[in-house]
Ligand binder design. Structure first.
Ligand code: URP
Ligand code: ZN
Ligand code: ZN
Ligand code: ZN
Length: 461
């Protein structure tokens, strides 16, 4: 089976050029002009960009959280991701204290098996850094190819780990060649502020944001960076939402510390005032960290443009408004945190980034695909368009416009946080390892066709 993509503009993190792409089997066999189409299926990509498939470095599918389970599992979540131009995700495998890492990982493999229509990897949560866990990590990195470890500095009494756990994880990650990720918010301060708000009768969704001040994120980000430096290790800060956190990452990078950062479309395009919507609708906009004052958006875009932040993840963590977000009526602390973004990550960053003139086309590819491949051990198999790379490709029409809506999205959830937003550009077709997943805007993929990606040890990108 071979496919020739003709007429498109090939875009990578470094180059933009007219070329044909020949796919043989699952990989790219040739890139050039006047390639031999003999026996190949020809895709006409005239007027379109050909991008490497999007890589979403941050998803939570089929995850128990906040007293419920996310609305999207690996089937609906990866299908929606494909519609949006994403061909690989890295999902967070949760662990419990006392549980073996092997057991936790096998539970996550079961969730994805037979369901994922795009490729996937796992990050592994570290709940405690005891001798057994630190020992088992050798197997996790070497045998499972799971080379990223997540520590939560927030969600007190639920997921939160202490500094000792984070520091020991950083030290061990350095030994093994893994990248440590942190949810950086000061969970102890937030715990105090939320209890105080509830005691004062402040129960509405907006208090979720008001009890998680930007400095709670800035402080934790700076602390994690300092711990990483003391461990001579590498750190990746997930879902950076505000100037205070950007500043800490910039300071760390200026010192030469290996600190990386990710933001999310919601922080780039939405703000805190959404939490004030009437009739409890503000609950749809509850994320941790929370949406911030609007001026932070340009700080985040600048940080992406200047390389202080490297990636945009969706932090896909969907809950229906009806029956799930509603659990928090009368008590904002019971609103499940998170939202449905996996499908619109690629499109919102293209439209608000490239179309709006904030980032270049090549920066877009870097942010949406290449840097995640490099930081998380998938490059150059994924994250670029090169001979020998997986033929994970997106054919994208930059001239199209569309309106984001729950009525037309493919996520298994009853609202879209970007409802009514006009975006420029549209995904036309998506190939995963040389096979169509989306063909002319129709899903033609297969649950179970997505493969688990064993990733290579961390190297400085
Ligand atoms: O609100 C969020 N971010 N929910 C998902 C879990 C997490 O903290 O990433
Ligand atoms: Zn988080
Ligand atoms: Zn304001
Ligand atoms: Zn998350």
């Amino acid at each position: 089976m071979s496919i020739l993509i003709r007429g498109g503009t090939v875009v990578t993190a470094s180059d933009t050029y007219q070329a044909e792409i020949l796919i043989q089997g699952e990989t790219i066999a040739a890139i050039g002009e006047h390639l031999d189409a003999d026996g190949s299926e020809v895709i006409d990509a005239s007027g379109c960009y050909v991008f490497p498939g999007g890589i979403d470095p941050h998803t939570h599918l089929d995850m128990p959280f906040g007293g419920t389970v996310t609305a999207d599992d690996f089937e609906s979540g990866t299908r929606a991701a494909a519609f949006g131009g994403t061909t690989s995700i890295i999902d967070f495998c949760l662990t419990n204290k006392g549980q073996s890492l092997r057991e936790a990982i096998s539970i996550w493999h079961e969730k994805a098996k037979g369901k994922a229509s795009i490729d996937y990897g796992f990050h592994l949560m570290i709940a405690e850094a005891n001798d057994q866990v630190l020992e088992e990590l050798e197997y996790v990195v070497a045998e499972e190819g799971i080379v990223s470890l997540k520590v939560f500095m927030a969600y007190k009494n639920v997921l939160q780990a202490d500094d000792e756990t984070l520091f020991k994880t950083l030290v061990r990650a350095k030994e093994l060649g893994a990248l440590v990720q942190v949810h950086a918010e000061n969970g102890d301060v937030i715990d105090y502020l939320t209890k105080k708000a509830l005691a004062e009768g402040n129960t509405d969704p907006i208090y979720h944001a008001l009890t998680r001040p930007p400095e709670a994120e800035g402080e934790a980000t700076g602390r994690a960076a300092a711990l990483a430096a003391m461990a001579d290790s590498q750190l990746y800060v997930v879902h950076v939402s505000c100037a205070e956190a950007v500043k800490r990452i910039a300071e760390a990078r200026e010192k030469g510390w290996q600190v990386y950062g990710e933001t999310c479309p919601q922080y780039l395009a939405l703000d805190i005032h959404s939490l004030e919507k009437p009739d409890f609708e503000g609950a749809k906009y509850v994320w941790s960290p929370p949406l911030r004052e609007q001026w932070n958006q340009e700080v985040l875009w600048n940080a992406l443009r200047n390389g202080i932040l490297q990636t945009v993840g969706s932090d896909q963590c969907s809950f229906n408004f009806k029956g799930q977000k509603e659990l928090g009526r009368g008590d904002f602390t019971k609103i499940p945190n998170g939202g449905p973004i996996i499908e619109d990550r690629f499109g919102v960053v293209y439209s608000e980034g490239v179309h709006a003139g904030r980032i270049s086309l090549n920066q877009f590819v870097d942010i949406i695909s290449t840097k995640s491949a490099k930081l998380f051990g998938m490059y150059p198999r994924k994250g670029t368009i090169a001979i020998g790379s997986d033929a994970d490709l997106v054919i994208f029409d930059p001239g199209a416009t569309r309106t984001l809506s729950a009525k037309t999205h493919h996520m298994n959830v009853d609202y879209n946080p970007f409802e009514g937003m006009k975006v420029h550009g549209e995904v036309v077709s998506v190939l995963l390892r040389g096979s169509y997943v989306i063909r002319e805007k129709q899903f033609v993929g297969e649950a179970g066709a997505g493969e688990f990606v064993k990733r290579a040890k961390f190297t400085r990108p």
